[in-house]
Ligand binder design. Structure first.
Ligand code: GLN
Length: 278
């Protein structure tokens, strides 16, 4: 086991770290409150006993596999810093595609609903970019909603939060755009027992079934909560685009299409409510 002692300098920590250099810099910044640049210009800064102790504990947790985002308590998404903790999924860069598409599909002053908001990253990124819109966000997890509400406060956006199991608590509310990054990993997928995912809320990752059940529920019921011409956009797994297009088509959506993420994988599928949809 490594141990950084009180009196060690930043430079010595960088030389002796048990984790990689980038992560060491992030953890050092967290512990010392020095910026990235200061960590370089203050390389001879000496750690206090408390800082050394905190750093050792963070190194140990990182070595045990805990995600760096949970250790820091934050993650960047869409240019904003979001508070995260193990109650919420860590926002992924892939999901920025969903935000970009949402921004393209929401009309002026449009009403937006984010289903399964987690940290609130999607809803808050939309509200922050488009102050004209009215954004609502729901989650079944009360502890996730607390994180999301905090994030909305930090970014000074007015998002209406609601605790709801998908559409259950929604009554007759209507939206011009519904977005969701629901749990879509198939039960038993090996990724669930690897890397960061082991530490993330399991119910945010998998439906404990075929991976499509949340996508199916949303596809079946969204039209009831969409205005005419309203759009539904959902993130999904790398091999689910065709299945999600079929779900939307079967539920009378039009202009059904998928969009690729940065890795050129179909990652978001959406469609427009047709005039005849129920
Ligand atoms: N994209 C995430 C992953 O594969 C899963 C997120 C989700 O299930 N919505 O790690």
């Amino acid at each position: 086991m490594i141990s950084i002692g009180a009196g060690a300098t930043i430079a010595a920590v960088m030389r002796n770290t048990p984790v990689d250099q980038l992560e060491t810099r992030m953890l050092l910044g967290h512990v010392t409150q020095l910026t990235r640049v200061q960590l370089i210009t203050h390389a001879e800064h000496v750690l206090s006993a408390a800082e050394a102790e905190q750093l050792n504990s963070l190194f140990q947790r990182r070595i045990a596999g805990e995600p760096i985002a949970y250790l820091l308590g934050k993650r960047e998404f869409f240019g904003l810093t979001f508070q995260v903790d193990p109650a919420v999924l860590i926002p992924r860069p892939d999901t920025e595609l969903l935000v970009e598409l949402a921004l393209q599909h929401v009309p002026q002053q449009g009403r937006v609903l984010d289903m399964g908001t987690g940290s609130g990253a999607i809803a808050i990124a939309i509200a922050h970019t488009r102050g004209d819109t009215h954004v609502s966000a729901l989650d079944v997890s009360a502890s996730a909603l607390l994180v999301a509400q905090n994030n909305a406060k930090t970014h000074q956006v007015d998002v209406e939060f609601l605790r709801s199991d998908w559409f259950a608590a929604l009554d007759g509310q209507q939206f011009d755009l519904i977005v969701s990054n629901p749990p879509y990993i198939v039960a038993g997928d090996r990724h669930l027992s690897e890397g960061d995912l082991r530490f993330e809320p399991i119910d945010a990752l998998t439906d404990h079934a075929d991976g499509l059940s949340a996508l199916r529920t949303i596809s079946q019921l969204a039209a009831q909560h969409l205005s005419d011409e309203g759009w539904l956009l959902m993130e999904h797994g790398y091999d689910q685009a065709e299945a999600v297009r079929d779900l939307l088509t079967a539920n009378d959506f039009t202009q059904v299409q998928s969009w690729c993420d940065l890795a050129n994988i179909e990652r978001v599928t959406g469609g427009k409510k047709s005039g005849t949809a129920k």
